[in-house]
Ligand binder design. Structure first.
Ligand code: ADP
Ligand code: SF4
Length: 680
């Protein structure tokens, strides 16, 4: 039968190689890199299995003088690094996809904290990450060396089995881009001045790579065509356009995006699907070479449209391929409703920023493919017939019920509210978070197809209710509630005045109980909730201030690349920000903030206070049911998600998958995952 998406499954030539279709996993970081090559190879291989026609690495360091520690990226410093990367190329080839490698020399983005080498660039400049050291200005010998290293790395990449070899000039993270940018390049030689001169290094690297490996490998260029800085940087109406025009036919494929990373990987709170199109749509007009672009495309119609309208030849994706490694296959099999759409939360990005293995809110198997043997589409079937009761239909309960259902168990999922989804339903109604609903929607769509999983909404369960069902295996997923007394990271005792009627928690607001007047938000949570509620209150006409013990508003959101935009939003809405302040007491019309640096207390006039401090697990049912294990009324009892320990949605989904995977004790509890160790 003809599929309207057939065009997306056409094979397409990229220089000397041919991609089996137009689904292209562009390079993306993952926190595993050189340190966990087996885990990485397995993860990438599963994407190829799921139908991605091209699967790329993350940035791969070509030389020790461009060492990206403490980030964990790829490494191809010498021939000794070939086997680890060959593992990935092999695992991608096993499923018929092309393997791409993004070679990088990072200039001032490399800290060199491990190698203790001196990095270099067009001029000497302070290195990224606020490290108190600078690069040095490159001389002609350095440029010759760099070209030699890049060429040698390309040859090693070919030996490792890669089909597409990148020259990377994107995100303001790579040396060729630093040469392109006037703000870094003040050189008076043939590598500085005119655009032609500033593009010389990139041109030479492309030519060297083609010369070295171009007979059998395609050469890709990843270029940021717009930095969203207007005249201050590269832009699609300025030099972004001119660089493409200048080098148009040189690479075998253009992988174009916007810079920096926070723009390229903007979250759903700030940018919608296809947000890069307006910046990259000129590229195909200037070149006959294939073009790949991204923009968090999760819907097949949007993918089809961006190809049919001639904006790109390949649909590029990082996050959509993380949330659903089988997205292409599902389109091919016309199983559109099965696509697990990315919610644009950037928890995946946070893992790389924190140098830990990648994870995903929607796809709990991401990063766990090798060490736990998890697969996004397959799981072992049950060992024995069993009926399982899951209490609480938030992300944890929904995921547990879904996965137990796939394993073949009979599952009853009981939820107190009329609607399933728990915190996701409440939070997705807040400004900018609508796409988070997908966490519940996708799981419900899947569950509704299973005859062995029954949903019972409007079913608040007590201990007696649970025992009366006669079901002997019980999972408690009853979530958590925000604390009302202000205890948290920086507050060890209840805040004086917390029980006054003008003191609120996020649960109050999400339940429709709104403060009025001047609201002081005390944010000791540090992620999205404080700023999202500030936005909500501002929309409702309140005057809003935020106080936080952290040095920045929404401090943790730096890891999801949102902190800058959140701060900007707060400033635009005239929301006052007090950093490094601890709330010490609340009165009807006043609150006191203690400066954690000076020790000085400042009173501020308020009408209401909103406390975002710790949460309390709703684990009363679990605690009360424990004796039933001893008395054998129950065979097993588990507590998962926020009811076990409050955390982010990704943690709750993960715990739901984990409990379902391990049902019947098939996991070694002492060591539940494999560890990649250095062999001595
Ligand atoms: P998590 O993130 O761990 O899944 P949530 O707070 O999102 O936690 O979801 C917990 C769900 O459990 C909520 O939808 C809540 O209504 C439900 N719930 C809490 N207590 C009970 C109960 N006694 N019986 C049934 N459902 C409950
Ligand atoms: Fe998308 Fe969030 Fe998963 Fe990243 S973690 S792929 S942004 S759902």
């Amino acid at each position: 039968m003809e599929n309207k998406f057939d065009i997306l499954f056409q094979p397409l030539k990229i220089g000397p190689v041919t991609a089996p279709n137009r689904f292209y996993q562009v390079p993306h970081c993952n926190g595993m890199g050189y340190r966990m090559p087996r885990a990485l190879a397995k993860m990438r291989g599963i994407k190829a299995e799921g139908g991605w026609g091209v699967v790329c690495t993350e940035e791969v360091e070509i030389h020790h003088s461009s060492d990206l520690s403490s980030s964990i990226e790829g490494r191809l410093w010498s021939y000794k690094d070939i086997p680890a990367l060959a593992l990935m190329a092999y695992s991608v080839h096993e499923h018929g996809a092309l393997a791409g490698i993004q070679l990088v020399y990072s200039g001032h983005n490399a800290s060199n904290l491990y190698s203790r080498s001196t990095g270099f660039g067009p001029r000497s400049v302070g290195v990224n990450g606020f490290h108190p050291r600078q690069t040095r200005r490159m001389d002609k010998e350095d440029i010759r060396n760099l070209r030699r290293w890049h060429r040698a790395a390309a040859i090693r990449a070919k030996k490792a089995g890669f089909d597409i070899i990148y020259c990377y000039a994107g995100h303001n993270l790579a040396l060729p881009m630093h040469f392109l940018l006037k703000r870094y390049n003040d050189r008076m030689d043939e590598y500085g001045g005119s655009l032609e001169n500033r593009a010389r290094l990139l041109r030479e690297l492309i030519e060297d790579t083609k010369d070295a490996v171009g007979d059998t490998c395609a050469v890709a260029v990843r270029l940021a065509v717009d930095e969203l800085l207007e005249d201050e940087g590269i832009s699609s109406s300025g030099e972004g356009h001119d660089i493409i025009a200048h080098l148009a036919e040189l690479p075998d494929i253009w992988d174009v995006n916007i810079s920096g990373w926070e723009n390229d990987s903007a979250t759903a709170r700030f940018k919608k699907e296809g947000y890069q199109e307006k910046y990259i749509n000129f590229v195909k007009k200037l070149t006959t070479k294939p073009v790949v672009g991204v923009g968090r495309y999760t819907t097949p119609d949007a993918m089809l449209s961006v190809v049919e309208r001639g904006i790109v030849d390949f649909v590029g994706a990082a996050r959509p391929s993380i949330a659903d490694p089988f997205l292409p296959q599902k389109i091919k099999e016309d199983r559109i409703e099965d696509i697990r759409e990315c919610i644009g939360c950037n928890i995946c990005v946070s893992a790389d920023n924190l140098s830990v293995p990648i994870r995903c809110t929607q796809n709990p198997t991401m990063g766990e493919e090798w060490r736990r043997g998890w697969h996004p589409e397959r799981i072992h079937i049950k060992k024995q017939d069993k009926e399982i009761l899951v209490v609480g239909g938030g992300p944890a309960g929904l995921e547990a019920a879904r996965v137990l259902g796939v394993r073949g168990y009979d599952v009853l999922l009981l939820e107190k509210e009329r609607e399933f989804g728990g915190r996701v339903i409440c939070e997705s109604a807040l400004p900018g978070l609508i796409e988070w609903r997908r966490v519940a929607d996708w799981r419900l769509t899947q569950i509704e197809k299973m005859k062995n999983v029954s949903l019972y909404p409007s079913s608040p369960m007590s201990v007696d209710d649970i025992l009366e069902t006669g079901i002997k295996d019980v999972i408690i997923a009853t979530g958590a509630s925000w604390r009302k007394d202000g205890l948290g990271r920086h507050q060890y005792y209840p805040i004086s005045g917390y029980s006054l009627p003008n003191v609120f928690t996020p649960d109050d607001l999400m339940g429709g109980k709104m403060p009025t007047g001047h609201v002081l938000i005390y944010d000791d949570d540090h992620y999205y909730m404080g700023s999202v509620l500030a936005e909500l209150l501002h929309q409702q006409g309140c005057e809003v201030s935020i106080a936080t013990p952290a040095p920045q508003v929404a401090y943790w959101s730096q890891y999801t690349l949102e902190q800058g935009r959140i701060h900007q939003k707060m400033l635009k809405a005239d929301i006052k920000i007090f950093t490094q302040k601890i709330l010490t007491d609340i009165q009807p019309k006043q609150a006191s903030l203690l400066c954690s640096v000076s020790g000085q207390k400042t009173p501020i006039d308020i009408d209401s206070v909103l406390l975002l401090t710790d949460s309390l697990s709703n684990d009363a049912l679990y605690q009360a049911l424990k004796p039933s294990l001893k008395s054998r009324k129950l065979n097993s009892l588990k507590v998962i998600g926020d009811a076990e320990a409050p955390g982010i949605i990704a943690d709750a989904v993960f715990s739901g998958y984990k409990v379902a995977y391990a049902m019947d004790g098939e996991v070694d509890r002492n060591m539940p995952f494999k560890v990649e160790r250095v062999r001595i």
